[in-house]
Design a protein around this ligand. Sequence first.
Ligand code: ADP
Ligand code: MG
Length: 265
Amino acid sequence: MLTCATSRLLLFWGSKGLVTGMTKRHTQNARTLRLVGSEPEANPAVAPGAPDHTPIVERPPGGNLPVQLTSFVGREREVSEVEGLLSDHRLVTLTGPGGSGKTRLALAVAFGVAASFEDGVWLIELAPLSDPDLVPQAVAQALGVREVPGQPLTEKLVAHLQGRKVLLVLDNCEHLVEACAMLSDRLLRSCLELRVLATSRETLSIAGEYTWLVPSLLLPDRERLAVEELGRFEAIRLFVERTRAVRPGFEITEQNARVIAQICQ
Ligand SMILES: Nc1ncnc2c1ncn2[C@@H]1O[C@H](COP(=O)(O)OP(=O)(O)O)[C@@H](O)[C@H]1O
Ligand SMILES: [Mg+2]
């Protein structure tokens, strides 16, 4: 049994890429499996019973959600609504035009529900991909599932995800809608504990999908508003926070309020 301190050290070494040459004995420990967050592949080259020195795939527990470097503004109601949707539906797609905050909202929801997914919340950023055939690879890479020549990767993903309580966040599916739809459909049908949160300008249009249109950040509907009222609006708060990052001490004044409200419209 690994001690807590050992587990933390493993995690630390793992994050530094220093966990190598560990024996299969270690991997049989369920706690270790959860720590590394990825089931080691059986190595066909190793005789049964002999020590397997296949390196463990290093993964932090709980997935790969990136730490956000900027604050998340408002959206309390939306976050809790989407969290609720995810408990009722196995595929939720956040839709809306580019820049409407789909990705940021999905990440906030993903962080919020992470504790309910004991096998992790995994973000797959699809924006940089242009080839639809690479969607399964992108998912496999995030999950630490290795491709084996001659074995369909989608089937490896199914085998990996079966019985695992995982949330996949498929971010920016719009240019790969068909590939994302096919993969999600296959995985959701075979892996009953799996849930998918997708962001996409276009819906995936598969059975069981719940589509949710991301509303704009709250905006003042009049250009002339009292300065103290403007701070209530999320779009204005976002503008002020980001401006303060480059101009510390920036404030809304009677003079700039109208222009700020117009910019945020
Ligand atoms: N609620 C929010 N709080 C802070 N920043 C936000 C919020 N919503 C959106 N943004 C920022 O606005 C920009 C566009 O949002 P993004 O989520 O990427 O939109 P989309 O995914 O719909 O194209 C990003 O820089 C993002 O960080
Ligand atoms: Mg996006």
